[in-house]
Design a protein around this ligand. Structure first.
Ligand code: GDP
Ligand code: MG
Length: 187
């Protein structure tokens, strides 16, 4: 008996957010399962590939685009965003100022990226990551109010939010699965 044909999808995923919020750390944790407190950031475009066996018939190749050194401008070019099918917006739970960046990044995405026409051409799914949650447990920053976050996500058009820690490897796989599901369901 023949196996069902395997389908392979390549998804370009953007990871944006203010400088120092943990974008590179999240990608490194997700792709290589490592964390370090100190490493050089390169200027330019950096991306990492993660291959996910999504189901018995579907393989998803996630191309995670890391903005390296350009996030201080608070926006990116259309060319950089081109062809993206999903995004993470990251903020640092110990720095309220980085949460202000969230709205700005979401607006930048909404203004510059749309789904392919065959998929309706609307906004790409975007998941909000409240990163460095390990520091909340250590008494830094303000505890997150889940109901307020739900409301914020609804108002701003985020698909969902997760409290993550690249350090402790908390919720990163879950957040990625949520985003992949959001995109697969558009296929
Ligand atoms: P980026 O500028 O958004 O790419 O941020 P980085 O990934 O370079 O992280 C900035 C700093 O925050 C680094 O010193 C990381 O080690 C630290 N960091 C990133 N994620 C976490 C986390 O989940 N918990 C803690 N405690 N530190 C983190
Ligand atoms: Mg970085």
């Amino acid at each position: 008996q023949a196996n069902p044909p395997t389908r392979e999808y390549l998804y370009k995923i953007l990871v944006v957010g203010d400088l120092g919020t943990g974008k590179t750390s999240i990608i490194r944790r997700y792709v290589h399962n490592i964390f370090s407190t100190n490493y050089k950031s390169t200027i330019g475009v950096d991306f990492a590939l993660k291959v996910v066996q999504w189901s018995s018939e579907i393989i998803v190749r996630l191309q995670l685009w890391d903005i390296a050194g350009q996030e201080r401008f608070g926006n990116m070019t259309r060319v950089y965003y081109k062809g993206a099918l999903g995004a993470f917006v990251v903020y640092d739970v110990t720095r309220p100022q980085s949460f202000e960046g969230v709205t700005k990044w979401k607006q930048d995405l909404d203004a510059k990226v749309t789904l392919p026409g065959a998929w309706g051409g609307g906004h790409i799914p975007v998941v909000l990551l409240a990163n460095k949650s390990d520091l909340l447990q250590d008494g830094h920053g303000q505890a997150i109010q889940p109901q307020e976050m739900d409301k914020f996500c609804q108002e701003q058009g985020f698909a969902h939010w997760f409290e993550t820690s690249a350090k402790d490897n908390t919720n990163i796989d879950e957040a990625a699965r949520y985003l992949i599901q959001s995109i697969v369901s558009l296929e």
